[in-house]
Design a protein around this ligand. Structure first.
Ligand code: EPS
Length: 404
């Protein structure tokens, strides 16, 4: 993201990176640039990790793992101290892979090769690029297991946003052919995220039952299925992001963050896709000057939100709405045609085990990515080395737009 933040010193930016392989000893996340004084609720972080593991259509691996954040640094006495936060997330499955994937040379006879690349996965492109004789090391890092680290890092970004009353949640609007055919309210999305039985994270019970049947039918035929999730940012004021440089526009930053998630092939801001088939008079959100509201700093308001809270790459004070379009998982129980790496003979693509549907989990990952981008841009605008300083800057700005 080097070019994206020309106005700022990158070393001061909120940022995170991840390391770890799907069947290695552990995953890690390193988050730096959070101000001091953010209240850290580890129960919240672990619940976010739990939410990512849920959803109807997950495979056997989720029965092995119970993801928990082991915070090694940057948090003391329940608050951030401004120092980098290192998080370790242990892979329970490692005990089954220790000999197959040792750090040292180990016994080559125990290596478990991925002999034929899976269409749709990074297997073939990655093996060609890195000059590996099979796809094992590509799969290990390309795997969506990496998103555990993203959710851990994103949970810390959510904790920062919570200090300012900003929330980020998601719900599922499509599984395969079954679509939610109405808008969801913020309260409905909150209720879905609070559920203990996540199922398919749809706000409408009848639609969710049909989504479940769609997953069941997919499972019966040894196939996989994709869908659409929607992430909503609630409580963000107008004025975050900027129109002045292409690589600082918030819509572009959000799109990059969401499309980087494994299996996401498309991103929509607000009702962008619908807008492309309609007239301007039907799409753009008329502006009204309304009543003062406790949860809104300005009286400029809209009665609809097709723009998804973003105009010109800047928030306009409405909820930010980002949708991600997920392809079906590329590991199929009934594998597609492929070719053996060693003999070049036609064969079925490799199969070990897989999920059938991961749309609710991908939504949780996208919440983390969106929370990261929003937290980063909030800090760019309001700054501060401590939460106290950030809040003072933030309140001052809210007052400014209230008086506009
Ligand atoms: C994945 C394959 C499966 C998924 C995995 C992503 O893992 P395994 O090969 O161990 O069965 O379960 O997702 C996770 C492990 C996770 O935590 O989400 C892949 O190939 O991308």
């Amino acid at each position: 993201m080097g070019g994206a933040f020309l106005r700022y010193n990158e070393g001061d930016m909120l940022r995170f990176s991840t390391a770890g392989e799907s069947h290695g000893e552990a995953l890690t996340a390193l988050v730096s640039g959070l101000p001091a004084g953010v209240t850290v609720d580890l129960e919240f972080v672990n619940r976010e990790l739990w939410r990512r593991q849920q959803g109807y259509g997950r495979g056997g691996r989720m029965k092995i793992e119970t993801d928990k954040a082991h915070v090694l640094s940057g948090v003391r006495h329940g608050k951030t101290i401004g120092a980098p936060i290192a998080i370790e997330l242990v892979n329970r499955d490692w005990k089954n892979w220790e000999e197959k994937l040792p750090v040292e040379a180990g016994d080559p006879a125990k290596h478990q090769a991925v002999a034929s690349p899976r269409p749709g996965h990074a297997d073939l492109a990655g093996a060609l690029k890195y000059n590996f004789p099979d796809a094992r090391y590509i799969l290990e890092r390309a795997s969506a297991r990496e998103t555990t680290s993203r959710v851990a890092a994103g949970a810390f970004c959510k904790l920062l946003l919570a200090e300012l009353g900003i929330e980020v949640l998601s719900h599922v609007t499509r599984v395969g052919r079954v679509e939610l055919e109405r808008a969801a309210t913020w309260d409905e999305i909150k209720a879905v995220a609070a559920k203990e039985d996540v199922m398919l994270s749809c706000v409408d019970a009848e639609t969710e039952a049909r989504m479940k049947a769609e997953v069941e039918e997919t499972s019966r035929t040894g196939d996989t299925i994709g869908g659409v999730f929607e992430v909503v940012v609630h409580g963000l004021p107008a004025g975050v992001g900027t129109h002045v440089n292409w690589d600082e526009r918030l819509d572009g930053l959000l799109a990059q963050a969401v499309v980087s998630i494994q299996a996401v092939k498309g991103v929509e801001i607000g009702r962008g896709v619908l807008g492309s088939e309609s007239f301007g008079s039907k799409v753009h959100d008329p502006i009204y000057y309304g009543e003062a509201k406790a949860d809104k700093p300005t009286r400029f308001e809209r009665h609809q939100n097709n723009a998804g809270g973003l105009e010109g790459g800047i928030t306009n004070g409405e909820d930010v709405v980002v949708r991600g379009f997920l392809k079906p998982i590329s590991t199929l129980r009934r594998p597609l045609e492929s070719v053996r790496f060693d003999t070049r003979e036609a064969t079925a693509a490799s199969y070990e085990r897989s999920d059938i549907c991961v749309v609710p989990a991908a939504g949780v990952v996208a919440e983390a990515m969106v929370a990261y981008v929003i937290a980063q841009q909030v800090l760019v605008k309001f700054g501060g080395d401590s939460v106290l300083e950030l809040k003072r800057n933030y309140e001052g700005y809210l007052e400014q737009i209230r008086r506009f």
